[in-house]
Design a protein around this ligand. Sequence first.
Ligand SMILES: *Cc1c(COP(=O)(O)O)cnc(C)c1O
Ligand code: SF4
Length: 323
Amino acid sequence: MQTNLYATNSWQEEFRDAIKTSQELSSFLQTPIPAQPYKVFIPRSFASKIKDAGFDSPLWRQFVPSIDENKTTGLHDPIGDMVNAKENGIIHRYNNRILFNPTIICPINCRYCFRKNELEQQHDFLKANLEKLSEYLEDNPQVEEVILTGGDPLILSNLKIEKIIELITKTPSVKFLRFHSRTPIILPSRLDQGLFEVLNKFINRFDAITIAIHVNHSSELSDEFIENIQKFRKFNLVSQSVLLKDVNDCPSSLVRLFKSLNKIGIRPYYLHHPDKAMGAMHFHLSEKKGADIYTSLRADLPGWMIPHYVVDSPLGSGKSLVV
Ligand SMILES: *Cc1c(COP(=O)(O)O)cnc(C)c1O
Ligand code: SF4
């Protein structure tokens, strides 16, 4: 079994050894992969899970290329990143918190990604400059939280992450640190002792260190992830999910996901309405359909287990509640 073969390797080796072409993916999954304009990238251990889950499963739909990615409807920058982008990897939309993109690399290529066109073209606004981040924080003392996103910040080495956090701690007005990451789901061995120690070193420096884990379906919660995340429970663990057509767009799927997350110490935080990204329109559904699904969650979940259902404006004005 592929899974066992890779289980003993470190996450960085798994990352380097990932499937990187349609041909490789085709022979791994033993099925033709349609031609489409976006990159292919799937670590082999995760590709085994996709294969086991089978054709058209929620895992397959999220990560295996589709012919529908050739459609040219939808937007290049569906959430108006360009409106709020400062240079050097900084996006400043809300007064007291900024996004910083330290990398444009991801542990996998999600076919539904809202930033897929920008990441594919390696847009300048996503390019990080650590020195400039320092200057920006000094010049903007109203910023209390730095949110590391990307790309995926946890694809960076522990050493690099430590360096970034050290730099952020130099500005006393920053009180909160947050990571938005899909890596713990895709490469659960990323949740290693080294990462724990780096974060733990700064636990008293911040009022909260938050890890927002991007997860869309309960079948993504592997035993390895469930085991490894336990060590991180002293941090503020929250989830963000995207509502995706034919992946998780039914109440029972979301109820299962949110209950499973809660059980392992992760509080459901955001359910994102899918953005109208070009090449990802086959995952889109109407706000009316989304609102019906979301409203029905209340019958099966206590209020505190229900995330905020939000949609981002293509004009860059930020998130608003759908219902
Ligand atoms: C979502 C988002 C944030 C974080 O918002 P929270 O409500 O604090 O989770 C910050 N900046 C931008 C540009 C965002 O899109
Ligand atoms: S990990 Fe996030 S940024 Fe990267 S491809 Fe997936 S959705 Fe996009």
